[in-house]
Design a protein around this ligand. Structure first.
Ligand SMILES: Nc1ncnc2c1ncn2[C@@H]1O[C@H](COP(=O)(O)OP(=O)(O)O)[C@@H](O)[C@H]1O
Ligand SMILES: [Mg+2]
Length: 267
């Protein structure tokens, strides 16, 4: 069994749900249950069909072979792969077939961001956008790049939550465009951000990202996603009042992408 047996036993004893922190010999760790699954044949066929269409249509290329096969311990293997590649993810200290034990790597970036005054909040978000660009420029993708999956400890950040095995086969620029959308989509109207601040901030975040990830292919995927996003915006407009924030949030993001990526075809 890899890792410290006593540490694993303490993790088993403390873990109630899927993830939680625990103290062992005066240090704090995180235990996470390994819940990855290999899809059944039928599900895999569906996934391949849908992802294949998205890949062809939005990235102009077919699916690629998965670098890491799916399975219960997919996230553990992914973290170890990224750590070996020098990326900022928490080291896996011990694991067995049920769970893994991680270094406690900081606080949820979303909670940290919400508490900061505007100038510091902007600085932090610009830094996170640039770091996502660096991560992508190094040839990686996250799959869950929302800021709640970036942990912050002092001036260091760490990425967590790498469960999306199904996206392994997406062309890299499309997986990265998906990360960028997830990262940006949660920011408008989040916590203390009002609409004016959100509209001012998003273009700066895109700029910071592209300054660190200059690959045209990600931008091209976003350009191909944009007409679909416009349709969605039009369809969702009548339901705006019914939704608390999600439709307004998506509208701000789509407006910003439109502004940053180029004019409307009918403008
Ligand atoms: N290594 C870690 N250090 C500190 N907190 C962590 C760590 N891993 C997870 N957490 C905390 O647990 C939460 C859920 O973990 P995550 O891996 O994102 O699982 P989920 O799939 O449930 O979102 C995170 O938002 C974070 O607050
Ligand atoms: Mg998470």
């Amino acid at each position: 069994m890899p890792g410290d047996t006593a540490l694993l036993a303490a993790a088993h004893q403390s873990l109630k749900g899927t993830v939680g922190s625990f103290v062992f010999q005066d240090r704090t760790y995180v235990a996470k249950r390994l819940t990855g699954r290999s899809p059944g044949r039928l599900r895999e066929a569906w996934q391949s069909l849908l992802l294949g269409i998205a890949a062809r249509y939005l990235a102009g290329v077919p699916l690629r072979p998965a670098a890491l096969p799916p399975g219960r311990d997919y996230e553990r293997r992914r973290l170890q792969f990224l750590l070996a590649a020098g990326q900022p993810v928490p080291p896996v200290l011990a694991w067995d077939a049920e769970l893994m034990v991680l270094v406690h790597a900081g606080q949820d970036g979303f909670k940290v961001m919400r508490r900061l005054p505007r100038a510091e909040r902007t600085r932090l978000l610009l830094r996170l956008a640039a770091e996502l660009g660096d991560f992508h420029a190094a040839g990686h993708w996250h799959g869950g790049a929302q800021i709640k999956n970036v942990l912050i400890h002092e001036d260091r950040t760490c990425r967590i939550d790498f469960e999306e095995a199904a996206l392994e086969r997406l062309p890299l620029p499309l997986a990265q465009a998906y990360d960028l959308i997830l990262f940006l989509n949660i920011i408008p109207l989040a916590g203390p951000l009002d609409e004016a601040e959100s509209r001012e901030l998003l273009p700066k975040l895109l700029q910071a990202y592209f300054a660190h990830q200059p690959d045209r292919a990600v931008r091209q995927c976003l350009e191909r996603i944009l007409p679909w996003a416009r349709r969605l915006r039009r369809l969702a407009r009548p339901f705006r009042r019914l939704s608390r924030k999600s439709i307004r949030r998506a509208e701000i993001l789509i407006d910003c992408l439109e502004h940053c990526l180029g004019p409307r075809p009918d403008a």
